[in-house]
Ligand binder design. Structure first.
Ligand code: AMP
Ligand code: ZN
Length: 498
């Protein structure tokens, strides 16, 4: 397998990727909290991980990709003031069952993932389906002395954890002393915690809470950080290959996941931590509250003050590929217009390449070598921490060669048949398997063909009902000359290629 380098947030270094078990990869990505429509920022993060997943599969790894659904435990706002569970709150406001809220937005999330052509994960566990595992994990942390119980709630004991030499703050780069001073985490009542940096593992809840479960400590619900520790451990083991999520999750969510896993299993959960950067709109963080946001739906229809027109989801996906996953990505109308042109040029390159065939001279010319080395560089860029913008740039260099070969500026006789075959294989692998783009132009063409065929079928039907046999026969004969066959059945007329 070709060497792969990844930037590990834990070491803050680019590292050679070495799976824990030869040929196999365990990948965990924090999924969405399903209490509102999925926003474009979420789509960027999950699309980045989809491309990473696709590339690992393409390299030949067997990947178990676990991406959870958070349906309990994620509290609203600063929690020191008794923050409410986001899903519970939505259910209360909309007079719905919490599971109705979860189902509605999980469905919407799945639809959006499929619109962007993201592959489903291998396992998509939900937090509410793993309460037993979460209770077990809390018990282990308590048994190991890293948690304490207060009024039926359980808190992680950060000073004790740190005093025993454990690395709290290592992933997020936070200074332990600062952490001990401040807290932005799940805290029901400030006075209940021994220390501001402690965080809730289990939260006691009264009957006003719509989602609560019995536990050895109280009727309540688990803390948000705990679900990912419990579910990643269950499906990937206490130590697995890659943990991912948006960079905004590094602290406290991922830092606390590390602490919980170490506290319960004495092992750090993941060998490599990968974090994707944020999506901006016109240079500012995309945010619903100050009006600086565009929904995926608005992006497709163009119904937004920020846009001059609607864009195809594949253009948006192409736009995302143009930035490295660790860089911020600024969504602007101009950038989308440019992406639309780029996407078309890339797809046209594919069709032009399809019509080319190389000679069999066996002479490796300079041009031949240039193409071979561009193919290799495309892989090298992608294997260098999944550098999609660089790999895309190589493909565009190849498009220039492809167009030159088609237009006659470059000689097809200078390229060996096997190089053309390799180029076709690589180009199509990158476009469709790795970048996950779809050829909307051909889909658009097939819609037009379907529409035209339906029109012809309707005209023939009309002619027959008017006993205009000449027209009806002419339609059938002309289609037959084009190798298209009409079949009259009890449900109407269908067509097929002969
Ligand atoms: P949430 O549903 O808020 O828990 O977020 C789900 C995923 O989307 C997390 O990995 C977040 O880091 C990521 N995310 C949230 N906002 C953005 C944004 N503006 N840009 C990129 N990713 C984001
Ligand atoms: Zn998580």
């Amino acid at each position: 397998m070709r060497p792969l380098y990844v930037y590990n947030s834990l070491s803050r270094q680019r590292e050679l990727f070495e799976p824990l078990e030869e040929g196999h990869i365990g990948l965990y990505v924090c999924g969405p909290t399903v209490y509102s429509d999925v926003h474009l920022g979420n789509c960027r993060t999950f699309t980045s991980f989809d491309i990473i997943y696709r590339y690992l599969l393409h390299l030949g790894y067997k990947v178990r990709y676990v991406r959870n659904i958070t349906d309990v435990g994620h509290l609203e706002g600063d929690v020191d003031v008794g923050g409410e569970d986001k899903i519970s709150k939505k259910a209360r406001l909309d007079k719905l069952e919490p599971m109705e809220v979860v189902q509605k937005y999980a469905n919407g999330f799945h639809e959006m993932m499929s619109v962007f052509n993201n592959k489903p994960p291998s396992i998509e566990p939900r937090a509410t389906g793993h309460i037993i595992e979460q209770i077990d994990m809390i018990q282990k942390i308590l048994d190991n002395g890293y948690a304490y119980i207060k009024n039926g709630s359980v808190y992680f004991d950060t000073p004790k954890f740190i005093a025993d030499g454990n690395p709290y703050g290592k992933l997020s780069g936070r200074v332990v002393e600062d952490l001990l001073q401040e807290s932005r985490d799940n805290l029901k009542g400030q006075d209940e915690k021994n220390n501001p940096s402690d965080f809730a593992l289990w939260i006691q809840a009264d009957e006003r809470h719509l989602m609560r479960w019995p536990s050895p400590w109280s009727v309540g619900f688990p803390g948000w950080h705990l679900e990912c520790s419990a579910m990643s451990t269950k499906y990937l083991g206490p130590h697995f290959d890659i943990h991912g999520g948006g960079t905004d999750l590094k602290f406290p969510h991922h830092e606390n996941e590390c602490a919980q896993n170490l506290g319960a299993c004495k092992e750090s959960p993941a060998k490599y931590w990968l974090h994707t950067n944020m999506l901006l709109l016109n240079g500012k963080k995309m945010s619903k509250s100050d009006g600086n946001s565009v929904t995926p739906g608005q992006l497709f229809t163009g119904e937004s003050d920020h846009l001059t027109k609607g864009y195809d989801p594949m253009v948006v996906r192409f736009f995302m590929l143009q930035a490295h996953y660790r860089s911020t990505l600024d969504l602007t109308d101009d950038a989308l217009l440019a992406a639309e042109k780029g996407y078309r040029r890339l797809m046209e390159g594919y069709h032009t390449l399809d019509s080319l065939s190389g000679s069999n001279t066996g002479n490796a010319s300079a041009l031949d070598q240039e193409i071979v080395s561009l193919i290799e560089s495309t892989y090298e860029d992608m294997s260098d921490d999944f550098n999609t913008p660089k790999a895309l740039a190589r493909l565009f260099e190849l498009v220039t060669k492809i167009n030159g070969l088609k237009g006659g500026q470059l000689k097809l006789a200078d390229v060996q048949a096997e190089t053309i075959d390799k180029l076709k294989e690589t180009y199509s692998a990158f476009l469709f398997d790795i970048f996950g783009l779809k050829d909307e132009s051909s889909e658009g063409d097939s819609n037009v063909v379907d529409g035209l065929m339906q029109l012809i079928i309707d005209l023939r039907k009309e002619a027959r009902s008017n006993k205009d046999w000449n027209t009806a026969d002419k339609i059938r004969d002309t289609l037959s000359e084009l190798s298209l066959q009409l079949k009259d059945g009890k449900d109407g007329t269908t067509w097929s290629k002969i």
